[in-house]
Design a protein around this ligand. Structure first.
Ligand code: UFG
Length: 344
Protein backbone atom coordinates (compact mmCIF):
# COMPACT_ATOMS: atom_id res chain seq x y z
CA UNK A 1 0.00 0.00 0.00
CA UNK A 2 1.36 3.39 -0.96
CA UNK A 3 0.75 7.03 -0.20
CA UNK A 4 0.21 9.18 -3.29
CA UNK A 5 1.76 12.65 -3.08
CA UNK A 6 0.52 15.22 -5.59
CA UNK A 7 2.94 18.08 -6.12
CA UNK A 8 5.71 16.07 -4.50
CA UNK A 9 8.50 17.96 -6.29
CA UNK A 10 7.43 21.25 -4.68
CA UNK A 11 8.83 22.85 -1.56
CA UNK A 12 6.57 21.29 1.07
CA UNK A 13 5.84 18.18 -1.01
CA UNK A 14 9.51 17.24 -1.38
CA UNK A 15 10.20 17.64 2.35
CA UNK A 16 7.14 15.55 3.17
CA UNK A 17 8.25 12.88 0.69
CA UNK A 18 11.59 12.63 2.50
CA UNK A 19 9.95 12.36 5.93
CA UNK A 20 7.52 9.69 4.69
CA UNK A 21 10.31 7.62 3.14
CA UNK A 22 12.41 7.95 6.30
CA UNK A 23 9.39 6.79 8.32
CA UNK A 24 9.15 3.67 6.15
CA UNK A 25 6.15 4.57 3.96
CA UNK A 26 5.92 3.51 0.34
CA UNK A 27 5.25 6.55 -1.81
CA UNK A 28 4.18 7.44 -5.33
CA UNK A 29 4.78 11.04 -6.39
CA UNK A 30 3.07 12.86 -9.23
CA UNK A 31 4.07 16.36 -10.34
CA UNK A 32 3.81 18.31 -13.60
CA UNK A 33 6.84 20.53 -12.79
CA UNK A 34 4.74 23.63 -13.48
CA UNK A 35 6.44 25.36 -10.56
CA UNK A 36 9.03 22.79 -9.52
CA UNK A 37 12.09 21.03 -10.86
CA UNK A 38 12.97 17.39 -11.69
CA UNK A 39 16.14 17.82 -9.66
CA UNK A 40 14.03 17.82 -6.47
CA UNK A 41 12.84 14.31 -7.31
CA UNK A 42 16.39 13.15 -7.83
CA UNK A 43 17.48 14.62 -4.52
CA UNK A 44 14.62 13.01 -2.55
CA UNK A 45 16.12 9.69 -3.65
CA UNK A 46 19.64 10.83 -2.87
CA UNK A 47 18.82 12.02 0.68
CA UNK A 48 16.82 8.95 1.67
CA UNK A 49 18.51 6.31 -0.43
CA UNK A 50 15.09 4.67 -0.66
CA UNK A 51 13.14 3.71 -3.75
CA UNK A 52 9.87 5.39 -4.74
CA UNK A 53 7.75 5.85 -7.86
CA UNK A 54 7.48 9.09 -9.78
CA UNK A 55 5.19 10.16 -12.65
CA UNK A 56 5.39 13.46 -14.47
CA UNK A 57 1.76 14.25 -15.04
CA UNK A 58 -0.88 16.90 -14.68
CA UNK A 59 -3.72 16.11 -12.29
CA UNK A 60 -6.16 17.45 -14.84
CA UNK A 61 -5.12 14.64 -17.18
CA UNK A 62 -7.79 12.33 -15.86
CA UNK A 63 -6.78 9.34 -17.95
CA UNK A 64 -3.14 9.31 -16.87
CA UNK A 65 -3.99 9.96 -13.24
CA UNK A 66 -6.40 7.06 -13.34
CA UNK A 67 -3.63 4.83 -14.64
CA UNK A 68 -1.66 5.59 -11.47
CA UNK A 69 -4.55 4.41 -9.30
CA UNK A 70 -5.04 1.36 -11.50
CA UNK A 71 -1.35 0.43 -11.35
CA UNK A 72 -0.62 1.05 -7.65
CA UNK A 73 -2.42 0.14 -4.51
CA UNK A 74 -2.96 3.65 -3.13
CA UNK A 75 -4.03 3.82 0.49
CA UNK A 76 -4.18 7.58 1.01
CA UNK A 77 -3.40 10.81 -0.83
CA UNK A 78 -1.55 13.92 0.33
CA UNK A 79 -2.64 16.67 -2.04
CA UNK A 80 -0.12 19.51 -2.37
CA UNK A 81 -0.40 20.24 -6.09
CA UNK A 82 -1.68 23.69 -6.98
CA UNK A 83 -0.79 27.22 -7.93
CA UNK A 84 0.17 29.40 -4.98
CA UNK A 85 1.26 32.91 -5.93
CA UNK A 86 -1.10 35.43 -4.34
CA UNK A 87 -0.21 38.31 -6.70
CA UNK A 88 -0.49 36.18 -9.82
CA UNK A 89 -3.87 34.90 -8.66
CA UNK A 90 -5.18 38.48 -8.61
CA UNK A 91 -4.00 38.94 -12.23
CA UNK A 92 -5.12 35.51 -13.45
CA UNK A 93 -8.07 34.44 -11.32
CA UNK A 94 -9.53 32.03 -13.88
CA UNK A 95 -6.23 30.19 -14.16
CA UNK A 96 -6.21 29.76 -10.37
CA UNK A 97 -9.85 28.70 -10.05
CA UNK A 98 -9.53 26.33 -12.98
CA UNK A 99 -6.25 24.71 -12.00
CA UNK A 100 -6.65 24.41 -8.25
CA UNK A 101 -10.31 23.48 -8.14
CA UNK A 102 -10.62 21.36 -11.26
CA UNK A 103 -7.52 19.30 -10.45
CA UNK A 104 -8.88 18.61 -6.96
CA UNK A 105 -12.24 17.52 -8.41
CA UNK A 106 -10.52 15.15 -10.85
CA UNK A 107 -8.41 13.73 -8.03
CA UNK A 108 -11.37 13.21 -5.69
CA UNK A 109 -13.50 11.59 -8.40
CA UNK A 110 -10.76 9.10 -9.14
CA UNK A 111 -10.16 8.47 -5.43
CA UNK A 112 -13.85 7.69 -5.03
CA UNK A 113 -13.84 5.41 -8.05
CA UNK A 114 -10.87 3.47 -6.66
CA UNK A 115 -12.28 3.57 -3.13
CA UNK A 116 -9.40 5.52 -1.69
CA UNK A 117 -11.13 7.57 0.99
CA UNK A 118 -8.21 9.04 2.92
CA UNK A 119 -7.00 12.50 2.04
CA UNK A 120 -4.69 15.09 3.58
CA UNK A 121 -5.22 18.50 2.00
CA UNK A 122 -2.74 21.31 1.89
CA UNK A 123 -4.65 24.45 2.88
CA UNK A 124 -3.37 27.75 4.16
CA UNK A 125 -3.81 30.27 6.95
CA UNK A 126 -4.72 32.63 4.14
CA UNK A 127 -8.31 31.27 4.41
CA UNK A 128 -8.70 33.32 7.63
CA UNK A 129 -8.29 36.58 5.70
CA UNK A 130 -7.96 39.39 8.19
CA UNK A 131 -8.24 37.67 11.59
CA UNK A 132 -10.36 39.34 14.26
CA UNK A 133 -8.14 38.09 17.06
CA UNK A 134 -4.85 36.24 17.46
CA UNK A 135 -3.83 33.51 18.06
CA UNK A 136 -6.11 32.16 15.34
CA UNK A 137 -8.13 29.05 16.21
CA UNK A 138 -9.53 26.67 13.61
CA UNK A 139 -13.08 27.85 14.26
CA UNK A 140 -12.27 31.51 13.56
CA UNK A 141 -14.32 32.97 10.73
CA UNK A 142 -13.01 32.51 7.20
CA UNK A 143 -12.69 35.15 4.51
CA UNK A 144 -9.80 34.72 2.12
CA UNK A 145 -9.05 38.02 0.42
CA UNK A 146 -7.56 36.93 -2.92
CA UNK A 147 -8.33 34.30 -5.59
CA UNK A 148 -5.52 31.98 -4.45
CA UNK A 149 -6.86 31.97 -0.89
CA UNK A 150 -10.41 31.56 -2.12
CA UNK A 151 -9.43 28.43 -4.07
CA UNK A 152 -8.17 26.96 -0.78
CA UNK A 153 -11.34 27.99 1.04
CA UNK A 154 -13.58 26.62 -1.73
CA UNK A 155 -11.71 23.33 -1.83
CA UNK A 156 -12.10 23.03 1.94
CA UNK A 157 -15.86 23.44 1.46
CA UNK A 158 -15.94 20.90 -1.37
CA UNK A 159 -14.15 18.39 0.85
CA UNK A 160 -16.58 19.03 3.72
CA UNK A 161 -19.55 18.44 1.37
CA UNK A 162 -17.96 15.32 -0.01
CA UNK A 163 -17.44 13.89 3.48
CA UNK A 164 -21.04 14.73 4.42
CA UNK A 165 -22.29 12.84 1.38
CA UNK A 166 -20.28 9.72 2.14
CA UNK A 167 -19.14 8.74 5.64
CA UNK A 168 -16.30 6.62 4.30
CA UNK A 169 -14.10 9.69 3.81
CA UNK A 170 -11.37 10.51 6.31
CA UNK A 171 -9.98 13.95 5.53
CA UNK A 172 -7.45 16.14 7.24
CA UNK A 173 -7.29 19.78 6.19
CA UNK A 174 -4.01 21.40 7.19
CA UNK A 175 -3.83 25.18 7.32
CA UNK A 176 -0.19 26.14 7.03
CA UNK A 177 1.17 29.34 8.48
CA UNK A 178 4.51 30.56 6.99
CA UNK A 179 6.79 27.64 6.08
CA UNK A 180 10.50 28.44 5.84
CA UNK A 181 13.78 26.55 6.30
CA UNK A 182 15.09 23.56 4.44
CA UNK A 183 16.21 19.98 4.95
CA UNK A 184 19.38 19.69 7.05
CA UNK A 185 21.28 18.21 4.12
CA UNK A 186 20.97 21.50 2.22
CA UNK A 187 19.92 19.43 -0.82
CA UNK A 188 16.25 20.38 -0.98
CA UNK A 189 14.67 23.73 -0.17
CA UNK A 190 12.48 26.50 -1.48
CA UNK A 191 13.20 27.24 -5.13
CA UNK A 192 11.13 30.25 -6.20
CA UNK A 193 11.21 31.13 -9.87
CA UNK A 194 12.18 34.73 -10.60
CA UNK A 195 12.19 37.32 -7.84
CA UNK A 196 10.72 35.85 -4.66
CA UNK A 197 7.45 37.21 -3.29
CA UNK A 198 7.92 35.82 0.19
CA UNK A 199 10.07 37.22 2.94
CA UNK A 200 12.47 34.37 3.70
CA UNK A 201 13.62 33.54 0.16
CA UNK A 202 13.97 37.27 -0.48
CA UNK A 203 16.15 37.76 2.62
CA UNK A 204 18.33 34.78 1.74
CA UNK A 205 18.85 36.02 -1.83
CA UNK A 206 19.89 39.42 -0.46
CA UNK A 207 22.29 37.69 1.93
CA UNK A 208 23.89 35.66 -0.84
CA UNK A 209 24.24 38.78 -3.01
CA UNK A 210 21.68 37.96 -5.71
CA UNK A 211 19.41 40.82 -4.69
CA UNK A 212 20.60 44.18 -3.51
CA UNK A 213 18.22 45.13 -0.75
CA UNK A 214 15.06 43.99 1.01
CA UNK A 215 12.00 46.21 0.93
CA UNK A 216 10.22 46.03 4.27
CA UNK A 217 6.55 46.49 3.45
CA UNK A 218 5.17 48.81 6.10
CA UNK A 219 6.65 50.24 9.29
CA UNK A 220 3.50 51.53 10.96
CA UNK A 221 1.56 48.38 11.77
CA UNK A 222 0.35 48.09 15.37
CA UNK A 223 3.08 45.55 16.22
CA UNK A 224 6.19 45.37 18.38
CA UNK A 225 8.29 47.41 15.91
CA UNK A 226 5.76 48.49 13.28
CA UNK A 227 6.50 45.66 10.83
CA UNK A 228 4.27 42.70 9.95
CA UNK A 229 4.17 39.72 12.32
CA UNK A 230 3.87 36.12 11.08
CA UNK A 231 4.10 32.58 12.42
CA UNK A 232 7.15 31.06 10.67
CA UNK A 233 7.34 27.28 10.82
CA UNK A 234 10.20 24.99 9.83
CA UNK A 235 9.25 23.04 6.70
CA UNK A 236 10.47 19.77 8.28
CA UNK A 237 8.15 20.29 11.29
CA UNK A 238 5.39 20.97 8.79
CA UNK A 239 6.26 17.82 6.82
CA UNK A 240 6.12 15.77 10.03
CA UNK A 241 2.68 17.25 10.74
CA UNK A 242 1.49 15.54 7.54
CA UNK A 243 2.59 12.16 8.84
CA UNK A 244 0.68 12.75 12.07
CA UNK A 245 -2.39 13.79 10.07
CA UNK A 246 -2.05 10.68 7.94
CA UNK A 247 -1.85 8.47 11.04
CA UNK A 248 -5.02 10.10 12.35
CA UNK A 249 -7.08 9.54 9.21
CA UNK A 250 -5.96 5.91 9.16
CA UNK A 251 -7.97 5.58 12.40
CA UNK A 252 -10.78 8.10 11.98
CA UNK A 253 -13.37 9.13 9.43
CA UNK A 254 -14.90 12.57 8.85
CA UNK A 255 -13.15 15.89 8.34
CA UNK A 256 -10.74 17.55 10.74
CA UNK A 257 -9.08 20.92 10.29
CA UNK A 258 -5.73 21.77 11.88
CA UNK A 259 -3.54 24.85 12.07
CA UNK A 260 0.10 24.00 11.51
CA UNK A 261 2.24 26.75 12.96
CA UNK A 262 4.44 27.35 15.99
CA UNK A 263 2.01 29.64 17.79
CA UNK A 264 4.66 32.38 17.95
CA UNK A 265 4.66 35.59 15.93
CA UNK A 266 7.82 37.30 14.70
CA UNK A 267 8.18 40.67 12.99
CA UNK A 268 10.01 41.34 9.73
CA UNK A 269 12.78 43.17 11.63
CA UNK A 270 13.16 40.25 14.05
CA UNK A 271 13.47 37.93 11.05
CA UNK A 272 16.15 40.14 9.49
CA UNK A 273 18.24 40.26 12.63
CA UNK A 274 17.94 36.50 13.25
CA UNK A 275 18.96 35.80 9.67
CA UNK A 276 21.93 38.14 10.04
CA UNK A 277 23.10 36.18 13.09
CA UNK A 278 22.55 32.82 11.39
CA UNK A 279 24.38 33.78 8.20
CA UNK A 280 26.95 36.24 9.45
CA UNK A 281 25.87 38.53 6.59
CA UNK A 282 24.33 41.96 6.77
CA UNK A 283 20.89 42.33 5.15
CA UNK A 284 20.50 45.83 3.73
CA UNK A 285 16.87 46.92 3.86
CA UNK A 286 14.66 49.94 3.32
CA UNK A 287 11.15 50.67 4.50
CA UNK A 288 8.56 50.74 1.73
CA UNK A 289 4.79 51.20 1.49
CA UNK A 290 2.56 48.50 2.95
CA UNK A 291 1.92 45.71 0.44
CA UNK A 292 -1.68 45.67 -0.63
CA UNK A 293 -3.65 42.83 0.96
CA UNK A 294 -1.17 42.32 3.84
CA UNK A 295 -2.40 42.03 7.39
CA UNK A 296 -0.58 43.25 10.52
CA UNK A 297 -0.42 40.09 12.61
CA UNK A 298 -1.06 36.42 11.97
CA UNK A 299 -0.14 33.51 14.22
CA UNK A 300 -1.70 30.19 15.05
CA UNK A 301 -3.39 28.69 18.02
CA UNK A 302 -1.85 25.22 17.73
CA UNK A 303 -3.60 23.50 20.65
CA UNK A 304 -5.85 21.37 18.47
CA UNK A 305 -2.94 19.96 16.44
CA UNK A 306 -0.88 19.52 19.62
CA UNK A 307 -3.65 17.59 21.31
CA UNK A 308 -5.29 15.60 18.52
CA UNK A 309 -2.28 14.96 16.29
CA UNK A 310 0.22 14.74 19.12
CA UNK A 311 2.36 17.12 17.09
CA UNK A 312 4.17 20.37 17.73
CA UNK A 313 6.60 22.48 15.75
CA UNK A 314 9.76 22.35 17.81
CA UNK A 315 12.45 23.83 15.57
CA UNK A 316 13.25 27.40 16.57
CA UNK A 317 13.72 30.46 14.43
CA UNK A 318 17.53 30.34 14.53
CA UNK A 319 17.47 26.79 13.17
CA UNK A 320 15.00 27.84 10.45
CA UNK A 321 17.36 30.64 9.37
CA UNK A 322 20.49 28.44 9.55
CA UNK A 323 18.87 25.75 7.44
CA UNK A 324 17.62 28.27 4.87
CA UNK A 325 21.11 29.74 4.70
CA UNK A 326 22.78 26.34 4.21
CA UNK A 327 20.39 25.56 1.32
CA UNK A 328 20.86 29.02 -0.21
CA UNK A 329 24.68 28.87 -0.07
CA UNK A 330 24.85 25.36 -1.50
CA UNK A 331 22.32 26.19 -4.26
CA UNK A 332 22.65 29.89 -5.06
CA UNK A 333 20.70 29.37 -8.28
CA UNK A 334 18.17 26.90 -6.97
CA UNK A 335 18.08 23.45 -8.50
CA UNK A 336 19.95 24.15 -11.67
CA UNK A 337 21.84 26.53 -13.87
CA UNK A 338 18.59 27.00 -15.82
CA UNK A 339 17.68 29.53 -13.13
CA UNK A 340 20.88 31.43 -13.87
CA UNK A 341 20.23 31.51 -17.61
CA UNK A 342 16.76 32.90 -16.97
CA UNK A 343 18.19 35.71 -14.87
CA UNK A 344 20.75 36.76 -17.49
N1 UFG B 1 7.56 41.15 3.50
C1 UFG B 1 8.41 42.22 3.34
N2 UFG B 1 9.19 42.26 2.22
C2 UFG B 1 9.15 41.30 1.25
C3 UFG B 1 8.28 40.19 1.43
C4 UFG B 1 7.49 40.15 2.57
O1 UFG B 1 8.46 43.12 4.17
O2 UFG B 1 9.87 41.42 0.25
C5 UFG B 1 6.74 41.06 4.73
C6 UFG B 1 5.25 41.04 4.48
O3 UFG B 1 4.74 42.35 4.38
C7 UFG B 1 4.75 40.25 5.69
C8 UFG B 1 5.87 39.28 5.99
O4 UFG B 1 7.03 39.82 5.36
O5 UFG B 1 4.59 41.12 6.79
C9 UFG B 1 5.64 37.88 5.43
O6 UFG B 1 5.34 37.96 4.05
P1 UFG B 1 5.34 36.68 3.10
O7 UFG B 1 5.06 37.16 1.71
O8 UFG B 1 6.55 35.87 3.32
O9 UFG B 1 4.11 35.81 3.66
P2 UFG B 1 2.57 36.17 3.81
O10 UFG B 1 2.24 36.01 5.26
O11 UFG B 1 2.20 37.43 3.17
O12 UFG B 1 1.87 35.00 2.97
C10 UFG B 1 2.30 33.66 3.08
C11 UFG B 1 2.09 32.96 1.76
C12 UFG B 1 0.62 32.78 1.51
C13 UFG B 1 0.00 32.09 2.67
C14 UFG B 1 0.25 32.84 3.94
C15 UFG B 1 -0.30 32.06 5.10
O13 UFG B 1 2.63 33.71 0.70
O14 UFG B 1 0.45 31.97 0.38
O15 UFG B 1 1.65 33.03 4.13
O16 UFG B 1 -0.24 32.78 6.27
F1 UFG B 1 -1.30 31.99 2.46
Amino acid sequence: MAILITGGAGYIGSHTAVELLEAGYEIVIVDNFSNSHPEAIKRIGEITNKPFIFYELDLMDQERLEEVFARHSIEAVIHFAGLKAVGESVQLPLKYYHTNIYSTLVLCEIMKKYEVFKLVFSSSATVYGCPETVPITEDSSLGASNPYGRTKQMIEEILQDMALSDPQWGISILRYFNPIGAHKSGRIGENPSGIPNNLMPYISQVAVGKLERLNVFGCDYPTVDGTGVRDYIHVVDLAQGHIKALERIMQRKGVDVYNLGTGKGLSVLEMISTFESASGRRIPYAFAERRSGDIAVCYADTLKANRELNWSADRGIMEMCEDTWRWQCANPNGYSEIELEKAN
